[in-house]
Design a protein around this ligand. Sequence first.
Ligand code: CP3
Length: 355
Amino acid sequence: MSELKNDRFLRALKRQPVDQTPIWMMRQAGRYLPEYRATRAKAGDFMSLCKNTALACEVTMQPLERYAFDAAILFSDILTIPDAMGLGLHFVTGEGPRFKYPVQDAAAIERLEVINTERDLTYVTDAVRAIRSELNGRVPLIGFSGSPWTLATYMVEGGPSKDFARIKSMVYGDSAPLHLLLDKLAESVIDYLNAQIEAGAQAVQIFDTWGGALSEKAYIEFSLNYMQKIVSNLHKSWDGHEIPVILFTKGGGQWLEAIANAGANAVGLDWTTSLKQARERVGHQVALQGNMDPAVLNGSDEAIRTEVRRLLDNYGNHSGHVFNLGHGITPLIDPAKVGVFVNEVQEYSRKIRQA
Ligand code: CP3
């Protein structure tokens, strides 16, 4: 495979010195870009876009043509795994994902089979291979998966949820079936991420979008333990290169020490946690990724620059920071604002590092 021309992102994840703070953006390929909406229209719908190798590759590259991001992220979704398990995923416009066959009792959980990625999700590894070839070493490629807990919330609730009533009744009631579900998901995620690594993913991120909905004790038992199991079963290196792992729990700031102990290289932060305090608490152990509120991108150019400088000053001139938003970019943001954001991170962080 081709030599990597820009390794800032991988270096920062390993807490090695960099010339400027690397940046990428969660949901960087997405609806805020008119060219994304055009390609999705060509594909027909979102899942057809994920399953079309050439078009998934095309939308992965789109944000890199506009902005000097330091990493690409595979274009796909976390719900590919439950889809491959036969739950019948579809997207309802304006309402998000829905499962035709949610799993709501022990019998349904027992029937689920652990996925085999190369057999059941070939379109994902095909996309990874195509993107690596298209990138040709320009920047590293990030593979990803949902956490078992976050996947389970969608599978049990049947779609997005505000209160997680059904799955929480399993957490606080008879939890044996839920543990069986999380176990099958953890096995599936291990296979899924290792297959992405074998196909060419150079770092992987686990998205635990809904871990923050749990109490501390339940978070450790039902989310973190399974992510820890995944991390310890992933390929540590591939093709002679270390494969860093990033854990992102939205709302996980109060459990930083526990998350940093799970064995990953980096912890993703949402905007509710101070970067400075996070670095003091766990920065000797892991790199940190984040954490500007995506809503700042609705502000004036000056407001965006001010917030970027505040966050970079707050982290300080230390290694181990990957700039990102605290959650995915939202569809109505003006693409020009993203340009202002990326330029400021790069220019200002370069100044800090030269000071
Ligand atoms: O970051 C990237 O650019 C890579 C692609 C990516 C997508 N989804 C594409 C996508 C990634 C990493 C995800 C992860 C994902 N998917 C998560 C975890 C991260 C997070 O945002 O918390 C979750 C919870 C999902 C599940 C999911 N997929 C939801 C809830 C939705 C609907 C969102 C909405 O607002 O309608 C999706 C669809 C989806 N996944 C879109 C994209 C670009 C939009 C679909 C479209 O184009 O119509």
